[in-house]
Design a protein around this ligand. Structure first.
Ligand code: HEC
Ligand code: HEC
Length: 289
């Protein structure tokens, strides 16, 4: 095996001088720039090993002269953040809702925490930002089924609506059609009346008959002027905004079979501080009352 480089007859390039059964290797050295970068990485790692933890050792790893690790820095940051949070959480646990709302630090913390908890627990039904969907009330419109004061919102969230929590919001609209309280023609008339309150046209006689039926059967919950009643969670029927839909077929169906929207009791599922933060957050969405 010759050890001296020679010229390759075909390409005219130097060979390394190695030859295996007549096959010779061309001499193609690494590009200079590549070599320098390579040396630089070696120098870098040597410096790194001296400064930072790098080599696994029997008791863990070498510490490096700087004694710095990202992991320890993160653990430290987390501990500081947690200490800050637990101080605020403790203050929220002790404060009443009005105090939380007035204190800028507690308020900002409650809004942030409430928003995060809302994203995890409430968005599936109430949608992003509390915008609502059919059967799931809009929490950002300043209209409230069960009242929009901080205390009322807190109560609704803490115990829920129509569930088996003893303090849950309860009420039930009668099934006027299914239980034979009203005849189909009467239901049609009262639906015409209800819809006329938000400007839907119908024959004047039907509306007149419906108005009487409403006064006798519905005003007790929905109010004389159909503007709703938070005591029983009866929606405002005169605003042109509907929980279940404002077409005649839907309104007739609601009167015939009623509805009973239900929400879980969050006081049973979430810790008390989170429930308070949620109340403050939801109150801020709808402008509250
Ligand atoms: C499983 C679906 C569901 C989830 C999840 C849910 N809700 Fe509700 N929520 C409802 C329904 C349905 C109603 C309306 C009940 C009714 O018809 O009176 C409601 C009503 C409310 C009301 C009363 C609105 C008003 O107009 O008075 C508030 C406040 C509220 N929810 C807050 C929350 C918060 C905060 C969460 C998250 C912790 C949440 N909800 C999660 C279904 C849900
Ligand atoms: C016992 C109280 C009560 C009485 C009486 C009552 N309602 Fe209701 N009504 C409710 C409640 C509570 C709801 C909301 C149900 C829910 O949130 O699931 C409701 C919902 C409705 C809705 C749906 C509103 C929407 O936004 O989609 C309509 C329409 C309605 N009622 C019409 C009537 C009419 C018409 C009568 C009389 C024939 C009547 N109600 C009598 C309590 C009552």
């Amino acid at each position: 095996m010759p050890t001296k480089g020679e010229k390759d007859a075909v390409t005219g390039r130097e060979t390394t001088g190695h030859e295996w059964d007549g096959i010779r290797e061309l001499n193609t050295p690494l590009p200079r720039w590549w070599l320098y970068v390579f040396y630089a990485t070696i120098a870098f790692s040597a410096v790194y090993v001296v400064l930072y933890p790098a080599i696994p050792w029997f008791t863990g790893h070498t510490r490096g002269v700087l004694h710095y690790t990202n992991r320890e820095a993160l653990v430290g940051d987390l501990a500081t953040a947690e200490a800050g949070q637990s101080a605020l959480r403790e203050r929220i646990a002790k404060a009443d809702l009005a105090t939380i709302r007035k204190d800028p630090d507690l308020f900002a913390f409650a809004i942030a925490g409430g928003k995060a908890a809302f994203g995890e627990n409430c968005v599936p039904c109430h949608r992003a930002g509390g915008a609502g969907a059919r059967g799931y009330p809009n929490l950002a419109a300043g209209r409230w089924l069960w009242g929009g004061s901080l205390a009322a919102i807190y109560q609704t969230i803490n115990h829920g609506v129509r569930n088996d929590d003893a303090e849950s919001r309860q009420s039930q609209m009668p099934r006027f059609g299914l239980d034979g309280v009203l005849k189909p023609e009467q239901i049609s008339d009262v639906a015409d009346y209800v819809l006329s309150l938000s400007g839907t046209k119908a024959p004047a006689e039907a509306i007149e008959r419906g108005k009487k039926i409403f006064a006798e059967n519905c005003a007790v919950c929905h109010g004389e002027k159909a503007t709703g009643n938070p005591e029983v969670g009866a929606p405002n029927l005169a605003a042109g905004v509907w929980l279940y839909g404002g077409d005649k077929a839907t309104v007739v169906d609601v009167i015939t079979r009623a509805r009973s929207g239900s929400m879980p009791s969050w006081g049973r599922r979430l810790d008390p501080v989170t429930v308070k933060m949620l109340a403050v957050y939801v109150h801020s969405l709808g402008g509250g009352e």
